[in-house]
Design a protein around this ligand. Structure first.
Ligand code: SDX
Length: 427
């Protein structure tokens, strides 16, 4: 790959360039400041790669997403979520024996220590499940002090399995605590999605069997959310992990990052936006006008993406799934019709077309979650449950990389020049 040349005034520096698997080009500016005394500025890191990764490949211009080289469309259609969790972490699809052993290993860790209930009960019943999940995930580090070393492969393996095994239990219990119902324990005879649905919706007074349509749909939703390269929350997990913080603390940071409405919190915001439109009686044209108004902070939630300047392939799958699932469940949700109408109008509006704003993964997912019986404030923790193996894989890749450096970006200081302290009486 031909090197790049950086010129500034009379200075010139040759910078090595690298090429990725799919032909992407990366210019290494590692020597820039030492050689020329300048730093680059890139708000939101829109043009900056911290390093290389082999977990996911995203082509935003063509709407491509692959996990370890496998197209998301094939995985969503044919794989199980634990199969994808294995693929993301170990780089290869498991054999039947490997998958069986992995599933068995996960089921050995689905229970939470009974003490964790006291943590839940420290929260108000109205607490948002994302706040509870982040706190409970951090708390797990206190129960397993012997398995926190990020450089100990055995410790990382068992901590990764504990996280994947216990997160559904923590999420279901946060819901049960919120609705004042008794906790339901995991059932290790059920598959991952079915056991979670049972913990969510079963009550001790009655038998519960998850609807196979809901189980299959949840499995697909978890796969579609499983990883997405260096998104905001994965970058948070990597940044915290770069200081050699343990995996529980690093993932808790990712959960907090995901909770923002510009990131994973958007799936909840989309439903709230659609519901507001119906309740206010606003015409769609009014909503689109607000979204385009620079002076109005309102944005069309579930639209736009830093990377996808074409359809988000996940949104494509979810749009079709929404119709199929609601039909299969006999749910007639006017919000789905409204979402589709909103998409159609937005995609023919110059403002959205010019800015390449398409529906993203969050635009339709909430409508499906709602049809499956989940309350709106559970949508983002469901995103977190799906993204967990991606966060773990990104963290493991960073921790295992001998070239990893602690994340410590530079800044351009624009504050006050040096000045002397002024005694209080003289201010
Ligand atoms: C996720 O990174 C990932 O991979 C994330 C994710 C994952 O899997 O991890 O894909 C999951 O977070 C999806 C995104 C969910 N968020 C939303 O749906 C919130 C609404 N969308 C936006 O706020 C926005 O599109 C972002 C945050 C998603 C992307 O923001 P960018 O890349 O910083 O783009 P920008 O804010 O610079 O917008 C560019 C232009 C601006 O207008 P101009 O200044 O050029 O005139 O597009 C406009 C923005 O005002 N714009 C929107 C808009 N999104 C961008 N205008 C109205 N409605 C929107 N939704």
């Amino acid at each position: 790959m031909p090197d790049a040349v950086f010129r500034h005034e009379e200075d010139e520096l040759t910078l090595p360039a690298y090429v990725g698997t799919e032909g992407e080009i990366g210019v290494d500016i590692g020597n820039l400041r030492a050689s020329l005394g300048v730093v680059t500025v890139d708000r939101g890191f829109a043009n900056t790669a911290e390093g290389a990764s082999s977990v996911s490949y995203i082509n935003g211009e063509e709407g491509i997403l692959r996990y370890r080289g496998y197209p998301i469309e094939q995985l969503a259609e044919q794989a199980s979520f634990l199969e994808v969790a294995y693929l993301l972490q170990y780089g290869e699809l498991p054999t039947i024996a490997e998958l069986g052993a992995y599933e068995d290993a996960i089921t050995q860790h689905t229970l939470l220590r009974e003490d964790v209930k006291h943590l839940f009960e420290a929260f108000p019943h109205s607490a948002h499940p994302m706040q509870i999940l982040a706190s409970a995930t951090s708390a797990l580090a206190t129960y397993y002090p012997d398995a926190l070393d990020p450089l100990d492969v055995e410790a990382v393996d068992i901590s990764s399995r504990r996280l994947i095994a216990k997160t559904p239990t923590m999420i279901a219990w946060s819901y049960k605590y919120g609705v004042h119902q008794p906790y339901v324990y995991p059932d290790n005879d059920l598959d991952y999605a079915s056991s979670f649905l049972r913990m969510m919706f079963a009550v001790p007074a009655e038998d519960y069997v998850a609807d196979p349509v809901v189980t299959r749909t949840l499995n697909m939703l978890l796969i579609l959310h499983a990883d997405h390269g260096q998104n905001c929350s994965a970058s948070a997990v990597r940044l915290v992990g770069s200081g050699q913080a343990n995996i529980f603390s690093s993932v808790a940071a990712g959960i907090h990052a995901l909770s923002g409405p510009l990131h994973g919190g958007a799936n909840q915001s989309v439903l709230e936006m659609l519901t507001r439109i119906v309740e206010s009686g606003d015409q769609i044209e009014t909503v689109i006008k607000k979204a385009k108004d620079k002076d109005d902070p309102f944005r069309l939630m579930g639209f736009g993406h830093r990377i996808y300047k074409n359809f988000d392939p996940r949104a494509q799958i979810l749009k079709k799934a929404a119709e199929d699932v609601l039909t299969a469940l006999g749910v007639d949700d006017p919000l789905l019709d409204l979402a589709m109408e909103l998409e159609g109008i937005a995609l023919s509006d110059e403002y959205f077309v010019e800015r390449k704003l398409y529906p993203n993964v969050d635009f339709y997912s909430g409508i499906i979650y709602r049809a499956m019986g989940f309350p709106t404030d559970m949508f983002t923790v469901l995103f977190a449950m799906g993204r967990l193996p991606g966060w773990i894989s990104q963290w493991r890749e960073l921790s295992a990389d001998p070239d990893t450096k602690i994340f410590r970006p530079r800044q351009l200081y624009t504050g006050s020049p040096e000045r002397s302290f002024v005694p209080r009486q003289d201010r």
